[in-house]
Design a protein around this ligand. Structure first.
Ligand code: BTN
Length: 256
């Protein structure tokens, strides 16, 4: 199987995840990639809108890994690594990862992943990995506080085709490793802007404060709450996190 063995390019869709899901339901094999120039109903995690004007890269990859639904957390979390690496290769900029899979540059959101799937009899039938990258978008069109784009960060227009090719190249090698249960834990931790920091976690209506301790091998975030409880977070699609202390990288020698 090769990710990108078939690529469908579209001008405008509601959401590339919708199109990929339709193909999945029609029995399409894994590896299909759907790319659109614009999305009219792009969505993000937590039921949020993913504003998708022209200039961004919006793609969905259809996968059929033989996983149990609870193993989806690791796929969701670690898939940020190949996307981050592709962005770094193309722009030369350093990215940060905010659990589960937000990709930021200098604390500004640049890209995000939304993993949606369907299971039958306790097994995954298909997974759609949706990736949105603000490439040549301008902040006013994004209408999202704290968002930026690669062109704003580099001061240059980014070649979308080159970026897409690099994302797919990184995803292919990542997915091969992933299927052998080899997860890019170190690559994730090295880029994390959360680990070792005081954070505020919002799950539904609940707000939890504590310290992000480490990333469990299955992709869950382990935190110590203010009350001293050690908790595992694995509801990747419904959780948002914010660092509440000064953000320092985990490899910062001055960190406590
Ligand atoms: C997030 O950060 O909340 C996830 C954003 C995911 C956006 C991508 S764009 C391609 C695919 N289609 C969608 O509707 N969403 C994902």
């Amino acid at each position: 199987m090769t990710i990108g063995r078939r690529i469908i390019h579209l001008d405008e869709v509601t959401s590339t995840n919708d199109v990929a899901k339709r193909h999945a339901k029609d029995g399409e094999a894994e590896g299909l990639v759907v790319v659109a120039k614009r999305q009219t109903q792009g969505r993000g995690r937590q039921g949020r809108e993913w504003v998708s004007p022209e200039g961004g890269l919006y793609l969905s990859v259809l996968l059929r890994p033989s996983l149990k639904p609870k193993e989806l957390t690791s796929l969701t979390v670690y898939s940020a690594v190949p996307v981050a690496k592709a962005i770094e290769t193309i722009t030369g900029l350093r990215t940060e990862l905010k659990w589960p899979n937000d990709i930021q540059i200098d604390g500004r959101k640049i890209a995000g992943l939304l993993v949606e799937g369907s299971s039958q009899q306790g097994k995954i039938a298909y997974v759609v990995l949706g990736i949105g990258i603000n490439v040549n978008s301008v902040a006013k069109d994004l209408r999202v506080e704290g968002a930026s784009s690669l062109s704003e960060k580099t001061g240059q227009t980014i070649d979308q085709k080159q970026l897409l090719d690099e994302v797919l190249r990184e995803l292919r090698s990542h997915y091969e490793q992933f299927l052998k249960s080899e997860y890019p834990e170190d690559e994730y931790v090295r880029r994390s802007s959360i680990l070792g920091h005081q954070i505020e976690v919002v799950v539904g209506r609940e707000v939890l404060r504590g310290k992000a301790l480490y990333l469990a091998p299955d992709g869950a975030l382990v935190i110590k709450s203010e009350e001293g409880l050690v908790l595992r977070l694995s509801w990747v699609n419904d959780t948002s996190i914010r660092a509440t202390d000064t953000v320092k990288r985990i490899d910062d020698p001055t960190k406590d």
